[in-house]
Design a protein around this ligand. Structure first.
Ligand code: FAD
Length: 343
């Protein structure tokens, strides 16, 4: 379809599309039941690599020669990721990484991982966490995790004295956590929100068609107010979600933050709201659509049950509902933003 590297800068062979355009494409493609993989896509963290790292990791990843994964979460700390237990200790010109990452999307098939490890546990995000480029050949192992989600293939990554050369540190030692947030905020702002709307619109159109054709007690379901209200509420919910998506994408576009990571407090707050609202919206819609379809909704003949399973995780990863509310509330209560101030 020509959607190669839609968010990748042109100098690396991408289309360099701005967030609003990305959002439109993601929204439309997520109406399909087929899990669409964007060729030429890489985690935006790799744009912050130095020239040597770009040649060794960014370019091969964009060209599809190397698969990459994002390894932040751990069994004992994912919502509070800065409390990570994976350590990086300096040994001559190398770093030795020890620890275990969990839930890493694509981690079992990745050739290299962007790994976040504590170089100084006492310092947390400011001076204590470093981002590393770690090849599988350097010695990490992976195991697939079985979940109800069909399209992420999360894995556990095990690091047992994995030796990583100094030249594989991304940016400054101790200041790697900002790269994790650069990637996560972008997903919150206009990736998950777009996927949520596409899936919800597709499911709602299926429900409209079904309500018009399925009869009970001699009349189509469409004539029952109980069904009409579910359809009306879902359609209203979707339109409200579009407001969040496009405001958030427009703000990211204005700030240019999807490539630099210099997110404003406004964007952090708005992207958290967009992810919170839209992820919950699609879960409400899929539930109502399943209700309208009755028993057919839970069969494997229709895609509804699969969407039902897949969208549930939208409320958990990239910041759970609770973590997003925490961010929104903290930014307001600490007066990082004022009520009504978001563009
Ligand atoms: C399919 C899938 C793919 C994923 N892909 C990746 C990936 O590629 N890379 C990566 O690094 N991670 C990934 N994750 C991990 C994901 O980001 C975490 O699961 C998520 O951050 C939640 O962490 P947790 O599962 O440890 O839950 P916990 O942090 O243990 O939280 C459990 C529950 O308690 C709530 N909670 C926690 N703290 C508080 C609090 N202070 N106040 C109120 N409620 C609280 C949470 O909101 C949640 O509801 C993935 C997860 C899944 C399921």
């Amino acid at each position: 379809m020509g959607f190669w590297g839609i968010e990748t800068p042109e100098e690396y062979g991408g289309a360099n599309m701005p967030p609003t355009t990305q959002a439109i494409i993601k929204l439309e493609l997520s109406k399909s039941f087929v899990p669409f993989k964007f060729g030429g896509w890489v985690h935006n963290i790799l744009f912050s690599c130095n020239e040597d790292q770009k040649q060794r990791y960014l370019i091969p990843a964009v060209q599809g020669e190397k698969a990459v994964c994002f390894a932040l979460s751990e069994a004992s700390s994912a919502s509070d990721a800065t409390n990570m237990q994976t350590t990086a200790k300096k040994d001559g010109n190398d770093w030795i990484i020890n620890g275990e990452k969990i839930w890493i999307t694509g981690g079992h098939s990745a050739d290299f991982a962007i790994v976040f490890a504590a170089n100084d546990k006492s310092k947390g995000a400011k001076g204590g966490i470093t981002a590393f480029l770690v090849d599988r050949e350097m010695g990490w192992k992976s195991e697939l995790i079985d979940t109800m989600v069909s399209n992420h293939e999360p894995a556990t990554l095990i690091f047992d004295n994995v030796r990583v050369p100094e030249e594989n540190v991304i940016g400054e030692v101790g200041y790697g956590f900002k790269y994790a947030m650069q990637f996560i905020n972008h997903n919150r702002g206009y990736v998950i929100p777009a996927y949520s709307i596409g899936a919800a619109e597709r499911m709602l159109s299926m429900a409209v068609e079904y309500a018009n054709t399925r009869t009970s007690f001699g009349k189509p379901l469409a004539e029952r107010q109980a069904i009409q209200w579910m359809i009306a509420n879902s359609a209203t919910d979707i339109e409200a979600a579009k407001g969040f998506l496009f405001r958030s994408a427009a703000l990211a576009e204005k700030e240019g933050s999807w490539k630099t990571g210099n997110d404003s407090n406004q964007f952090r707050t708005l992207s958290s709201m967009a992810k919170l609202y839209n992820a919950n919206m699609v879960n409400r819609v899929v539930d109502d659509v399943m209700q309208i379809f009755g028993g057919m909704g839970v069969t494997k003949e229709l895609p509804i049950e699969r969407w039902y399973r897949n969208v549930r995780v939208y409320r958990i990863f990239e910041g759970s509902d609770e973590m997003l509310r925490r961010t929104i509330a903290k930014n307001l209560l600490n007066e990082k933003i004022k009520v009504g101030e978001i563009e």
